[in-house]
Design a protein around this ligand. Sequence first.
Ligand code: NAP
Length: 246
Amino acid sequence: MTDKRVAIVTGASRGIGRAIATRLASDGRHVVCVSRSQGPLDELANEIESAGGSASSQTCDISDFDAVAAMIEGVAKDHGRLDILVNNAGITRDNLILRMSDEEWDEVINTNLKSVFVACRAAARPMMRGKFGRICNIASTSGLVGNAGQSNYAAAKSGLTGFTKSVARELGKKNITANCVAPGFVETDMTKDLPAAVTEHIKGVISTRNLGQPSDIAAAVAYVTSDDAGYLTGQTIAVDGGMTMC
Ligand code: NAP
């Protein structure tokens, strides 16, 4: 069994997940980097190890629920522990409600919400065995205040906040915390295709007047998943430059 706390970070191949994996590794965790893309995951794990950290990579499609449970059970078995689970992987399939297809709805709900339920259910047992757990689910300000064209995404992300509170209530007495971090607009592949006029409008309603960086989100996740955060549970922390303040 490794001495380091073992963390799984989904969606680690790029963007916010990559920053979270890098940050947790620099904080001394062994990080299991998960997504569907072997190449970028191997590259990330190598980069972390070259910097003196500890990481491994594992491919998993989080919309394949059996695969998610098997991946989590496998990590816990291989390392003899599972301390931290960051459910970060997520997708958008934006459309106005009148045009949204059943497929667009189901794909987003399955990938962004049901996969998190399956992952937390699988992680609860090894965390209980270890008498320690930190779950961090990456939500979104769209789930807090809504966003036109994102009814599927907002429903999934809003669902995460209620789900996480319930998990926090169930598992708190086992020294397992569960929180959400809700990013605002962060510069990643997910936001890179926004028209310039939309980006400028968004900047105008953000108190700090800039988009966030993946490292801004990673810093919040690092705290939420740290040993120091044992008295923080059931919360949703918006990291959005003061855009929502709710
Ligand atoms: P991104 O750049 O599009 O990256 C998404 C990550 O999720 C990739 O690593 C991708 O990996 C992984 N992923 C997607 N579908 C997957 C699947 N079925 N199985 C496994 N992995 C999958 O997105 P991001 O901007 O970093 O967003 C990360 C999280 O933050 C998401 O939950 C997103 O909803 C949330 N968020 C982002 C923003 C923002 O402004 N960027 C704002 C609010 C919330 P592969 O393609 O390699 O599988």
